[in-house]
Design a protein around this ligand. Sequence first.
Ligand SMILES: [Mg+2]
Length: 182
Amino acid sequence: MTELPLLLLDVDGPLNPYAAVPQEQPAGYRTHHLRPDFRLNRFPGRPAEEVEPLRLWLNPGHGPELLGLPFELVWATAWQHEANSLIAPLVGLPELPYVPWPRIDQEEPDGLHWKTRVLVEWAAGRPFVWVDDELGPQDTEWIAAHHPGPAATFRIDPRIGLRAEDFATLRGWARAEVGAGA
Ligand SMILES: [Mg+2]
């Protein structure tokens, strides 16, 4: 049996089109206000209810679409474990493994995204697609040079989020590259 490739999934951008224009709830999405720990930790000592929550737009159809793909889903987001407790129930996903980061949002000297090296190490040679709104061509090149198996980067426009055609693209990649879901 073919081992499923990994789908390394970011939250803000692909699932939450935070930059949607105009600034209003996109069709198919619901508006949520969440206070993850990484937000509360910025205001030590302040009661949670006094911390301005983050506004997210999330699409409850995304979970079923993702679960239907021939991939093993993995969170690759600064939300880390809170993607399971706060995001997963709102998009219709079960608890998933997540990639833990040694550092978050830190600029890398060579212009790589702060997730890139960690993801390649974490994947440990397994085929993967990384879905994120922030990755760039330098990340794609670096992954091609350092990851021994099939891998792809899939940049999502944070004004739009994941679309129906993106799920088709991911399905096509899994079939063509690793024979998964064929
Ligand atoms: Mg993002």
